[in-house]
Ligand binder design. Sequence first.
Ligand SMILES: [Fe+2]
Length: 260
Amino acid sequence: MLLAQISDLHLAGPEGPRPAGLDTDAVLAGAVARLNALDPRPDGCVLTGDLVERPGAEVYERLRELLSGLRMPWWPMVGNHDDRALLRAAWPGAAGLGAGPADAFVHYTVEDLPLRLVMLDSLRLGSHIGELCGERLAWLEAQLAAQPARPTIVFVHHPPLQVGVPHLDRSGMASASAAALGEIVRRHPQVERIACGHLHRAQAARWHGTLVTVCPGLAHQFALDLREQGRYTPADEGRGYQLHRWHDGCLTTYTARLDA
Ligand SMILES: [Fe+2]
């Protein structure tokens, strides 16, 4: 099984702002063409949040339009730049987004692949910080407890660990949420991976008995700045995506650049 992951699209629409000076519509159109041309073609694509730069009905409509060209199933999630209700409104009744209130959590599972996919919703309204409240943690626990023997990859926008980049860590996942997630993951060794976005730079670390990987941004990257007084600085380096290959009980992750 080969699964693509794209993250932090920050789609702005034709009239919208240009994050870090980028035409993110063109970036997404190029990424769709690139993924379609891959041989072998991935079995699906997960979009790990920050789908748009500023939420609005038009920009989600544009996102739907661009993604309609993707010749594989794809599954969206929310990040701190997203709006649950507007995302649902763009795809009424779409598989995965679920029924219920428009602003209900965007969490769901994908069951028809050799590796089970669990999508988490770490959006905290009005904040860049991530959160997993009691309701979301209980949902995750129940999902993992239901199929303990099934190899699983958990996707969540905010990485749950401190990556050692102070300005990024200050807008990461709230420490109580991360600690609770860590306890759940420890109890469920079938979690092969926690795959995230948010940091706009590929990285990986072992955490609570599993591996956390972070997908680069599809749009701008952030320069690597480890200083305490470091700041968000867009960098034109390594925009791209990841591929996760599940074969013979081994999950391998490749990072690919869009400009290569
Ligand atoms: Fe982002």
